[in-house]
Design a protein. Structure first.
Length: 437
């Protein structure tokens, strides 16, 4: 990987793209430290020091924003509205025939869906920004902080609207920066910004574990966490690269005097076909009852049950629910993102077939059978990786944002592998050696 980056910096046009990407990253990180108008910055820092990593319901969103959420900056929402909008549009593509038709239109249809995603991102940013401002005004953003109610000194309507507008504008700027990286830089812009947001929280989280440790002044715990992280990275790389290759043979066809087809290829079915989406879905769904209980003023039995069982990461009911939801969403997302009938019809249209399997419906049934078989180990793998932070809570008394947690390590390794592949492919295009030398 380091060799690929070194060769990329020696290539002039790739060096410009890498430097442009680094410049956008610097701008993004600066924006995550600029507070919005109407916020008392000193009280926010006081509450962050009191929290000491116990960020409760907002831990996942704060991780995706690079720590900007709890500091209530202009980039507080980060790329979460865009991620949510992209997932919603992807799910609606299966339900709404118009979106499915746009998806099949190629580049023009994809551009239209991207435009819809932008509009939905702005709407979600307004909604989430309003919720964050309301939470900050009420003092529930930092539970247990004595000055939590003084984070927003001026609670007038004008100040509230100004704060929401600033957060929405910040989300639009983040979306624009991500698209700039995609167009003029290296890799997928939104994935790169997500990678940077998560990686930015690693040093502070690792140092917090060292300070909380008791063995050899915390260095034993620090080294153990680093070792566990390296093992997890190796495991994630191994599973993310694993795939089942379904052989496909194309029959020869005579068109005029020329022969077409007769080639052999394969359909790559990844073990983890769903990626990190099931973990995000499961985390978000488990946050809903806890969020409702937090904003509820009643003292009923259901609120006490949720507070005792679904807000503590090391509770058996929480662990079991989290694991089962990840497995369920893994199968759900694979079912809506991969259509065996469509793949079988396309193969039949172009004269392709799986050796030993008849074209048409038997091919679709075979693909469904194989996909279900490999989704089981993929979903169990996601569930086990996602439970690493929970085991860290018990073993090291770490915070909910364990640096090598399931969601963070999956995203970082996935984005890193994809970016390196893109750099290597561009290097091969520029250093291609032909037959004649």
């Amino acid at each position: 990987m380091l060799t690929a980056f070194a060769r990329a910096f020696k290539t002039p046009d790739l060096r410009k793209k890498l430097l442009f990407t680094l410049g956008i990253i610097v701008v993004y990180r600066v924006g995550t430290h600029v507070p919005i108008p109407g916020i008392d910055y000193k009280n926010v820092q006081t509450c962050i020091d009191v929290a000491k990593g116990n960020q409760g319901l907002f831990g996942l969103v704060n991780m995706f924003s690079g720590g900007a959420l709890l500091q209530v900056t202009i980039f507080a929402l980060g790329i979460m509205p865009y991620i949510t909008a992209s997932i919603i549009l992807q799910l609606l593509t299966v339900v709404i025939p118009r979106l499915e038709a746009l998806k099949k239109e190629g580049q023009a249809g994809t551009a239209k869906i991207t435009q819809y995603t932008r509009y939905l991102t702005v709407a979600l940013a307004i909604l989430q920004g309003t919720g964050l401002v309301a939470t900050a005004r009420s003092g529930t953003l930092f539970s247990g902080c004595p000055v939590a109610g003084q984070i927003v000194p001026d609670q007038s309507i004008f100040t509230t609207i100004t704060m929401v507008i600033c957060m929405t504008a910040g989300t639009c700027v983040v979306m624009w920066l991500g698209e700039l990286i995609t167009d003029r830089g290296i890799g997928n812009g939104m994935s790169i910004l997500m990678f940077i947001s998560i990686a930015a929280t690693f040093p502070s989280a690792l140092w917090a574990i060292k300070k909380q440790g008791t063995l050899a002044d915390g260095w034993i715990e620090f080294g153990t966490v680093i070792l566990v992280g390296l093992v997890m990275v190796g495991l994630v790389v191994f599973v993310e690269q694993a795939q089942r290759r379904i052989p496909v043979q194309y029959a020869k066809r005579m068109i005029g005097r020329r022969s077409y087809g007769g080639t052999s290829t394969y359909i790559p079915l990844k073990v983890n076909q769903a990626g990190v989406i099931p973990v995000i879905f499961a985390s978000s769904l488990l946050y809903i009852p806890a969020l409702v209980a937090q904003f509820s003023n009643s003292d009923s039995g259901w609120k006490r049950w949720i507070t005792q069982n679904l807000t503590k990461g090391d509770h058996p009911i929480y662990i079991t629910s989290y694991f089962l939801l990840i497995v369920f969403f893994a199968f759900f997302y694979v079912a809506i993102s991969f259509n065996p009938e469509e793949v079988a019809d396309n193969m039949k249209k172009y004269g392709g077939f799986i050796p030993g399997i008849r074209a048409g419906r038997p091919t679709a049934e075979y693909l469904s059978y194989v996909l279900n078989r490999i989704t089981w180990p993929g979903s169990l793998y996601l569930g086990l990786i996602a439970l690493v932070p929970t085991m860290a809570l018990v073993g090291f008394n770490a915070s909910n944002n364990f640096p090598f947690g399931g969601t963070s390590i999956l995203i970082i390794v996935g984005v890193g592998l994809e970016t390196v592949k893109q750099i290597e492919s561009q290097l091969q295009q520029r250093n291609y050696e032909g037959f004649l030398r």
